[in-house]
Design a protein around this ligand. Sequence first.
Ligand SMILES: CC(C)(COP(=O)(O)OP(=O)(O)OC[C@H]1O[C@@H](n2cnc3c(N)ncnc32)[C@H](O)[C@@H]1OP(=O)(O)O)[C@@H](O)C(=O)NCCC(=O)NCCS
Length: 138
Amino acid sequence: MFITYKTNASLDLDAAIDLYRASTLGERRPVDDRACMQQMLDEADLTVTAWDGDQLVGISRSLTDWCYCCYLSDLAVRVSHQRHGIGKELIRRTQAELGPKATIILLAAPAAVDYYLRIGMEKHNSAWVLRGGRVLKD
Ligand SMILES: CC(C)(COP(=O)(O)OP(=O)(O)OC[C@H]1O[C@@H](n2cnc3c(N)ncnc32)[C@H](O)[C@@H]1OP(=O)(O)O)[C@@H](O)C(=O)NCCC(=O)NCCS
């Protein structure tokens, strides 16, 4: 399998949605909301994509200030291309774009918890989220 990688490539919305679905990440991302998906691509600070010829087979999509923190929101590899090192390479290339002290932060999907441990990321036990629409207590 010969895979090429691109940083901040212009991405076709349908190809990106197809990748999210083909990786299963689409089950937890708003793939039916095309406007939101387009905005997710447009407003990302950093995307690294993996290509098998002309086919988009992987993505790492992040929001970052480049020096302190980088939220890796979406990491996805087509099921047909998983377990060939593509996910790890996408994270490596994401980190390579950041300053040396920047920390990559992400929320693991249930099926990927063991993955992050295996590739050498550190589990954080005090991550907190405020979901859209939830209000803070008085
Ligand atoms: C998680 C995901 C991105 C991993 O990508 P990938 O290209 O298949 O992973 P890699 O080939 O880089 O795997 C690196 C190592 O982790 C292992 N691994 C892969 N997926 C794993 C999993 N779910 N659990 C545990 N280990 C896993 C691989 O076997 C490999 O081990 P090795 O180095 O000993 O051979 C991919 O499985 C995926 O897209 N999953 C669905 C979407 C998802 O859950 N994304 C994460 C959202 S937080």
